[in-house]
Design a protein around this ligand. Sequence first.
Ligand code: ATP
Ligand code: MG
Length: 558
Amino acid sequence: MSTEKTSGPNDSLNFLEEIVEDDLRTGRVEHILTRFPPEPNGYLHIGHAKSIVVNFGLAQKYGGKTNLRFDDTNPSTEEQEYVDGILNDIRWLGYNPANVFFASDYFDQIYEWAKHLVGEGKAYVDFSTPEEIAVLKGTPTEPGKDSPYRNTSPEENLDLLERMRTGEFPDGHCVLRAKVDMTSPNMLLRDPIMYRIKHAHHHRTGDKWCIYPMYDWAHGQSDSIEGITHSICTLEFAPHRALYDWFIEQLSIYPSHQYEFSRFNLTYTVMSKRKLLQLVREGHVNGWDDPRMPTLAGMRRRGFLPESLREFATRIGVTKRENLIELSLLEFHIREGLNKIALRRFAVLDPLKVVIENYPEGQMEWLETENNPEDPETGKRALPFTRELFIEQDDFMENPPPKYFRLFPGGMVRLKSAFIIRCDRVEKDADGKPNTVYCSYVPESRSGQDTSGLKVQGVIHWLSAEHAKQAEVRLYDRLFQLENPGVEDDFKKSLNPTSLQVISHAMVEPALMEVTSGEKFQFTRLGYFCVDPDSTPGNPVFNRTVTLKDAWAKAQKK
Ligand code: ATP
Ligand code: MG
């Protein structure tokens, strides 16, 4: 498996690497074991990719291992479809978990530990309503008050807990709470809930359980069972650390430790599974793998390379500061990766007919052009050149502004890997749109053998009209118009209405008829494109992965 090493022995370490090196040096741990703990209630997004790269990357760097653990403690939102999707996405990203575990594997052990705490008088069953519990909890500036159930005897609590488990009580009738400290300045320590009653079918344990552990009463315990040395999570869990440590200490189990780093955010998108699920359910996108989604499934379909995502996630670093990373930085890494591997092809998205009047009718010649100048080993291919061609509407202007270097009446341009042509006249539709441009070519100007002595600035791509094939091309733009849509009351208000533009009659070179789903190309001068799984034989569909330059930033500046 390939991974990026951004820091050699002399480079500075991020704070997690410093902690790990310290722990190895002092002997606190012998081997690093990290875990990635997704809740299977949606598909992974690029924020998860950051966490995956941090967890797997750290273990790899120090010769350790990483478990995948599904945090499946909430039966009502979890599904097998997501479990499969998550595993698939992690492998696609380039990682293989040392083990695949489920928090639900530990339900029996966790229940035994709950009984242990109850027996020691450190947990109790509370029949107060949620409102009563909230009132007694106090506020961050006022201490809480004891629940009337706080001093029930351990024996009675053991009986009540067992009756909770066996299904005697309806949902919400009572909860099991840890007896920690109702006056702690940390609200999470004010007798946190350990179990709630939920008569719900679980995707793995079926109907065995009707009580399910809360996050805080499952996560550290699962870490400890697996012997996780460094349990890495995002900053919002920092206040939970005291409780994480408290449970582990009371149980005298393997002392896993929790460390927090800042959540990764990206401009022009949202990154919460709840919001992404809304976009899917309400049809704002075409599923979790819509190429506009920040999900790994969407990015894969869009044509992103996993190595570019890993590189990006590594480069943005690990810190404790809140951050909002520019989408353009991600796109930069995507271009970098694709530039190396994508074969170049000619495609014309908005065709304009060109007739070369001094090129003999019926004549055809093959002109060679490079498959990828970045990789000479990919060689060359031959393109048919004929009297009638297509160029982009965009590459012609009847009344061009100064410094327009493409085609205009009386002007000259080079057809890439072919000849220089001069525009003699233009024919237009009734509505004034150019439909045919009549040109003459310079026979001595053939690329590589040019003896014409002419100098032209512009180089444009083209296709032989007779040989070009039709294809569907899908152009994607950012999903939201606002930089940080997630902070708005109604994040859907800023959805970009033109985030998808479908071109059903683009023209492409014949070689693009025989492509397979997922194949990646650079359409010369247009961008990087990836074959969509909607393609059928003879009817390819191409997704634009990313433009060649950051056109959007430029347009915004105008
Ligand atoms: P969401 O709010 O999108 O549902 P989550 O944190 O609830 O995210 P989990 O499935 O619980 O999703 O997350 C699995 C792991 O991924 C956790 O360790 C979590 O901290 C981490 N993670 C999730 N989102 C990000 C992010 N934006 N940046 C870094 N790590 C993240
Ligand atoms: Mg979560």
